[in-house]
Design a protein around this ligand. Structure first.
Ligand code: MRU
Length: 342
């Protein structure tokens, strides 16, 4: 099952806010609807956001009444600006928008531009799955039979079009016959680990247990974790990596206990234009996400809540980055972009 797909003139996506209790597919018919789905976390995860962004422009193009290319480009520009405002941290969202916009601008006329945005969005979705499988193959070699691996948030099928990045590594290791066990941190405040990672690994029959985020140090101190693999929302030129809030302290604890800490991500998550982690825009989300649990409020009214959605793990805490092109040290990202002569 795909997390997101372009079908006809609509974008279909799994509503991730309802999991694990209900598996429901929702339909977006405009860039505005896609933007709201992103803001409401119905679709999330860096590579899935790239697909959503490109598909948001595809539905705009496919439903457009524009009769000339200039009017279509104006419409797409407005849609792109709207989607760009949804979430700032995952660079993939902007990559998805750029891909679709340049497909439109390269087309010879309005008809070709409409088709071209749609086919680019489809191509991006297909590529995402292939890339994740390659990340999985490369990362699976780092895991041993019997390893217990820890992860944070959800970097699985649900965070991509399919298969996942960090969870793709677990899937590939499992498919290769390695009997691994996964420890998923619940991931406060929106519980992507407890709700989504546990749900999808259980469906695949991969053993998974959930812990509260703060239990990671205890398990590592008792030698119960062999390796950590997480995803990424943006990796910058010096190897600093933004990922779900709580990743940085997890990397610190892993370092203290000599547990290898890997980041699994596609090349499209690497932003070589940004030099260091200090320059990564970090999204702050609504206070209610932390203050309210279910229907009950747990923070006294009038007390402010700080809710950063991501943190930055410095390159020095990362053992290596697993990509579709191979596994590299965080200070060697440039080698991934060197064109090989045939
Ligand atoms: O706020 P979210 O759920 O979009 O955050 C997702 C993450 O931090 C993931 O780890 C990251 O996007 C990698 S997904 C392959």
């Amino acid at each position: 099952m795909r997390t997101i797909e372009l079908r006809g003139k609509d974008v279909l996506m799994i509503d991730q806010t309802l999991l694990p209790n209900e598996l429901k597919v929702i339909r977006c018919r405009s860039a505005e609807e896609v933007a709201r789905a992103i803001e409401g976390m119905k679709i999330r995860g860096a590579p899935a956001l790239a697909a959503a962004a490109a598909m948001g422009l595809a539905v705009t193009a496919l439903r457009s009444r524009a009769r000339d290319k200039a009017s279509l480009m104006e419409e797409l520009e407005r849609a792109s600006e709207r989607i760009a405002k949804t979430r700032p941290t995952a660079v993939n969202l902007f990559v998805g928008l750029e891909r679709a916009m340049s497909a439109a601008s390269d087309a010879k006329d309005v008809g070709a531009a409409k088709k071209s945005v749609a086919s680019e969005a489809q191509r991006a979705a297909e590529e995402d799955i292939e890339v994740n499988r390659a990340i999985g193959r490369n990362g699976a070699k780092l895991l041993k039979n019997g390893d217990t691996v820890m992860t944070h948030c959800n970097a699985g099928s649900l965070a991509t079009v399919d298969y996942g990045t960090a969870e793709g590594v677990f899937r590939a290791a499992w498919e290769a016959g390695k009997k691994i066990k996964v420890i998923a941190r619940e991931t406060r405040p929106l519980l992507q680990g407890a709700r989504l990672t546990a749900w999808e690994l259980k469906r695949d029959g991969i053993p998974v247990k959930v812990i509260v985020d703060s239990a990671a140090g205890h398990l590592m101190a008792h030698g119960q974790i062999d390796v950590v693999v997480v995803g990424a929302d943006r990796i910058v030129a010096n190897g600093d990596t933004a990922n779900k809030i709580g990743t940085y302290p997890l990397a610190l604890v892993a370092k203290e206990h000599g547990v290898p800490f890997y980041v699994a991500a596609p090349l499209s998550t690497i932003d070589m234009k940004t030099k260091s982690g200090k320059e990564i825009p970090i999204e702050f989300r609504d206070q209610e996400e932390v203050a309210v649990w279910g229907t009950k409020r747990y923070v006294p009214k009038g007390v402010e809540v700080l809710n950063p959605a991501f943190d930055v793990t410095p390159a020095k805490l990362i053992t290596a980055i697993i990509t579709e092109k191979g596994v590299v040290k965080p200070n060697d990202l440039k080698s991934l972009f060197v064109k090989r002569k045939n």
